[in-house]
Design a protein around this ligand. Structure first.
Ligand SMILES: Cc1ncc(COP(=O)(O)O)c(C=O)c1O
Length: 304
């Protein structure tokens, strides 16, 4: 399905296009969290989120000039648009009608065609499937997971002694990738997933051992999914140590902490890992890494 070898191959490709992102600590943040916290700065990517790794890895293997189609609330869309531009591939992206204005503009600025359709991801998915072209799933793509895994090769290379790495989960590609890489290169490190309690489909799928659908009421883009995805869930089932739910207000609180104690901007999904560390310290070890998976805060998040 997806192994460390796939991640190593992805690394060779991705390092041509993207620099290693920083991962370091902030004494004030350590003080607030009561332990050593390494922040992996995926908000430093050119698209503002880790998703660009997976999109580059997937589209590098796609025939030039042949169209791709996908659906997304924001960062997946932006990453596909970015990689499509790199490789000269026409991209058509369906975003829910309520998608944040600047996220839509950012995708269009990368040259992709954007259609706003439906109330949520499920509507956008159904419409995207009617458009023709290679339909890219936001979750069930082994090449996307392998690309995401390159973030964890970077993290463990720099911080080999971590006890826990906490990863935000929407479809689960990032967390599944973290699990595969940790199992191979840092077997002493537990991977903990975190999702919004207002959209617990991946969490509940993991606990149930089968993909389930759940209401999706979170205001946190990136964690806003209503169903489990088979490919990442199969990996999480075997390898994930723990899965935590936090509420949306706690995620806003963690965004404020990152802004004040680390002078860095997180969108909600990007702050969810820290929210889990603050909410459930008993589940974390002494040396924890949080994946600041994205910094593309919406206008509403910024004003809150
Ligand atoms: C910033 C950010 N963090 C986390 C996630 C969740 O990633 P995944 O869907 O791979 O679980 C997303 C998904 O779009 C995201 O944009």
């Amino acid at each position: 399905m997806m192994s460390l070898n796939d991640v190593l191959r992805a690394k060779r490709l991705i390092e041509t296009y993207l620099p290693v992102t920083p991962s370091w600590s902030y004494p004030l943040l350590d003080e607030v969290a009561g332990r050593s916290v390494v922040v992996k700065h995926e908000n430093a990517q050119p698209t503002g989120a880790f998703k660009v790794r997976g999109a580059l890895n997937l589209l590098a293997g796609h025939p030039r000039g042949e169209p791709v189609v996908t659906y997304s609330t924001g960062n997946h869309a932006r990453s596909v648009a970015y990689a499509a531009r790199v490789f000269g591939i026409p991209a058509h992206i369906v975003m829910p009608a309520g998608a944040a204005g600047f996220k839509v503009r950012a995708v269009r600025a990368l040259g992709a065609t954007v259609t706003l359709h439906g109330a949520d991801m499920a509507d956008a998915e159904a419409y995207a499937a009617t458009l023709g072209g290679r339909l890219i799933s936001p979750g069930d793509e082994p090449a996307v997971i392998a690309g995401a895994g390159t973030a964890y090769l970077e993290l463990f290379e720099r911080h080999p002694d971590l006890d826990t790495v906490v990863v935000p989960v929407g479809s689960g590609t990032g967390a599944a990738a973290a699990c595969v890489v940790a199992a191979a290169v840092a077997p002493g490190c537990r991977v903990v997933g975190v999702q919004s309690a207002a959209a617990p489909a991946a969490h509940d799928s993991w606990r149930a051992g089968a993909c389930v659908r759940r209401d999706n009421r979170t205001r946190v883009d990136g964690l806003a999914t209503g169903r489990g995805f088979e490919v990442p869930q199969a990996l999480l089932r075997d390898l994930l140590a723990e899965f935590v739910l936090v509420d949306d207000d706690a995620i806003d609180g963690a965004r404020r902490v990152l802004s004040g104690a680390a002078h860095t901007q997180a969108e909600g999904a990007g702050a969810a890992a820290l929210a889990a560390v603050l909410a459930r310290p008993e589940l974390m070890g002494e040396r924890v890494a949080v994946v600041l998976s994205g910094g593309n805060a919406t206008e509403a998040e910024l004003s809150r």
